[in-house]
Design a binder for this molecule. Structure first.
Ligand SMILES: CCCC(=O)Oc1ccc([N+](=O)[O-])cc1
Length: 348
């Protein structure tokens, strides 16, 4: 195992996309909300500005090494389509700090959440020239949130705010859509919860998972089989609520008039990569282990063995750079209505 950071091979993956494409008239802007699965550098801005976000009309510079070890999925979408990306996702975020709040010691503040920060930032930016070309027809809004809500520091360890629960988290998703719809958004993609039981973080140590680690520092004190099973229950139940909730709120309740919503089944995409790795990953493929190994403080990291593109996972929790590129490729299929991972809803 090497102790130096090897530049990940995202350049090779990026080359698979065309670098300067012309955006389609119906997909000129991609606006994203979420956590580290989607963050392209925004938390870094908060970390270096006393937990404050950028002023209205300013998007922070994009990182080229994100929580995937390379680019994050919206950056691949941006590179392959030429669409302009406004990424409000913040690593560590939950949907709403009023339901599940998480402390970020390095900022001496809670991680900003979607409802308390990402949506207010979006609303403030909308009044600036950033949004001059944005219309309801040429813009897609993507929401991927839940990993931190359901996490060991959240609902999995009963650490949510008193009186809240998984249903509160699901209701928050619809509240996010309400805010975007009120701001003129009409085209939504919701990415469902990852197959978290397969990550090193939630997989038992006896089954190839991580021991004590930066995301769960005393994991080995727990019955890990029980917690992996709970995580499977929480993610699959939440995903079923999302599957049924979208048509209920859109069509039965007419909650977002004039809108189209696609549910993107990330859970199944990750399971497919896990079950057929040779179709996706460089040999020798590795879908159980992960590439980046740190101590419980997230320091003294070692990388490998082998190349990042052989791995489904970058670290104990995050899909790798190559996995992010597949998430992006399939996202484009979802947006164009051609994906087997997409379920599409609109008024007829
Ligand atoms: C997908 C949710 C996991 C997540 O958000 O992980 C992270 C949380 C915080 C940091 N950070 O503080 O750098 C990174 C990843």
């Amino acid at each position: 195992m090497r102790s130096i950071l090897v530049i990940p091979s995202f350049v090779a993956v990026l080359n698979a996309f065309s670098l300067f494409p012309k955006p389609h008239d119906d997909f000129k802007y991609l606006i994203t909300f979420g956590d580290s699965y989607t963050d392209n550098g925004r938390l870094g801005y908060y970390g270096s500005h006393q937990a404050h976000g950028p002023p209205p009309g300013v998007m922070p510079p994009e990182a080229n090494v994100t929580a995937s070890g390379g680019l994050q999925w919206p950056q691949y979408v941006e590179a392959s389509t030429g669409a302009t990306l406004y990424d409000y996702a913040i690593a560590g975020a939950t949907c709403d700090n009023n339901n599940v709040e998480r402390w970020a010691a390095f900022m001496n503040a809670n991680y900003p959440s979607i409802i308390t920060d990402e949506i207010p930032s979006f609303k403030a930016d909308r009044k600036t020239k950033l949004y001059r070309g944005v219309t309801s027809a040429n813009t897609v809004y993507a929401l991927w949130i839940g990993t931190n809500d359901l996490s060991y520091t959240g609902i999995l360890s009963d650490s949510q705010v008193k009186g809240t629960n998984i249903t509160t988290y699901i209701d928050c998703l619809w509240n996010v859509f309400d805010a975007i719809h009120a701001a003129g958004g009409r085209r939504f993609v919701i990415l469902n919860n990852n197959a978290l039981q397969l990550t090193g973080l939630y997989r038992p140590l006896s089954d190839g998972g991580a021991g004590d680690n930066q995301f769960w520092q005393n994991k080995t004190l727990y019955n890990q089989t029980e917690y992996a099973q709970k995580m499977l229950e929480y993610t699959t139940s939440s995903n079923t609520m999302i599957d049924y909730g979208v048509p209920f709120h859109l069509l039965v309740k007419n909650r977002w008039p004039g809108s189209k919503v696609a549910v993107y089944d990330i859970h199944s995409l990750i399971m497919d990569i896990y079950n057929q790795p040779s179709r996706y990953l460089e040999p020798p493929h590795n879908v159980v282990g992960y590439y980046k190994h740190c101590d419980v403080n997230g320091t003294n990291c070692l990388y490998g063995p082998g190349r990042l593109d052989s791995y489904l996972w970058y670290d104990e929790l995050h899909p790798s750079n190559i996995t992010a590129s597949y998430i992006a490729r399939e996202f484009l299929n979802v947006v164009s209505g051609r994906s087997k991972y997409g379920t599409y809803w609109e008024h007829w």
